[in-house]
Design a protein. Sequence first.
Length: 598
Amino acid sequence: MPHTFHIPVLGLGFSIDTPLKTARYGIASVVSIVDDELIERMRKYHALQNEEAYTPIMKSAPDARAKRITAYLNLLNKLVNKQFERLKTLPFNQNNDLDRYFSLLPDSSHLKQGYELMQEYPEGISKKIFQNILLSRMQKGAIDVNIMSKVDKLNFDIDGQYTGDDNTDALAGIRGFVNSDLQSSVVLSAGMNPRLYSYLESFDCFFPDSDGALNKKIILKVSDYRSAYIQAKFLAKKGLWVSEFRIESGLNCGGHAFATEGLLLGPILEEFKQKRETMMAELLTIYQAALIEKGANATAIPPQRISVQGGIGTANENDFLLEHYQLQATGWGSPFLLVPEATNVDEETLQQLTSARQEDFYLSASSPLGILFNNFKKSTGEQQRLERIEQGRPGSPCVKKYLCTNTEFTEQPICTASREYQHLKLQQLQTLELSQADYQERVENITEKVCLCEGLCASAYLKNDMLKPRENAAVTICPGPNLAYFSQVYTLDEMVGHIYGRQDLLSDVERPSLFINELNLYLDYFRKEITGYLKNVNQKKEKQLVNFKDQLQQGIIYYKQLLPQLYNETISYRDEMYKNLIVCEAHLKAIGAGLLAV
């Protein structure tokens, strides 16, 4: 890979066309393929912008979801290839996109070192040969796709008949990716979906060809070693190889957050480091046996990468993670929301982000999926939600129906963020004999849910002037809390330079270590869990919380032992981190006292 970082998926619309902006420079990014309506509209937009033919794929067409995804990914691939080939025709040393490609590379890159050496050559045949070698070794960034495994809505025809497992949202999404021209990876996130994982087995592109190469690869986004191994083993038994484990901080990330049982990022990475060779050997044995049984090529030993993302803020942190934990890449997501040439953030939201304070970023129950969700208090989507409550009409019109999972009041699933559901649920609440405090708390829990289907797309429509008349313009955005430390609009060169340590965008900012930031998030989460437990004491929850506390304590001990190994940080930095750990340890003890008091 040209770069040692990637841009993870950012909501639905924020990174929907990021490959068109960064792939020609060798930067890999991830596109969400949840919303085929957004995808179809972006295909039309970019086709017309680039004078490409566009034939609409109607929602009512057979297998429309998969076909829309395939058509859009093919367009992205075609346009990126054109950009890349055009870039390689440019002359060297003219301060153009070709030179920018090399200037963005990490200083450790052999390709960049070759470029700098080439510049010292005198003009002539030798220099031209050198330039041709450089051109031949350039690579564009991968166009990967993301599927939230459990966002797998069942679909019904106009007569209310179930259209079958192959047409659920996740499976149709996979089919759209498989049928595309891309040679890249699908990132499977949000836990294990056996139906989806089994469906992968029906496509040849996930199995090695006659040369042992994989046309399309599988990346698992995971939050701990155990879940990674279980999922990878399930796939290996089917002859499917996990080409990368993408480890994400449980809470110090953007979008949906999946809290671990108190396991912190450092200890998780340490476990991967200590067990990766054993795990790979075990998975390889299972994988090759499955391939032999299928009569497939089992001779090649496929590589397996490990990367990490969530809350990384400085070049020192980036380098330490790569080197100490022997990782192949890092993911930088939320900071790229402040890079207009890389992502789709409308001007109003962009300005709100640059002026935001730490308390404006918070972990919420806003997602209709019932999963913790990183939210932004100053977003227009949040403002609209509060206005609707004030007007006595909480909830959103449910148009796209991607997150319809609740059948409490209806035969077919509806969304908990919908006006229909919230109206029915609030009516039910009024029939219960609740105290005023309990009633108000439940009302807030019900009405906190927000429509993500429209809110996470609106910014892309606004930025590209694609919003239809009377279409909802309220933006929901889900940055990780780490974005609070970045407070300007940046160029791509500035952000990439920051990642690689060529400049420091946070030089005047007081910011604790990413490990401390995550630990504090887990302490806040633990405090809320204890509060909930005290309202409804039960033995099973108590056991879970005791284990959670023990894991956090073990994490603090681990970080104390890690301090001397932070070789690229100053003594004062390590002293400050130690003080923070002592404070966190005291907080943990105080919070945990609630368990002993019962």
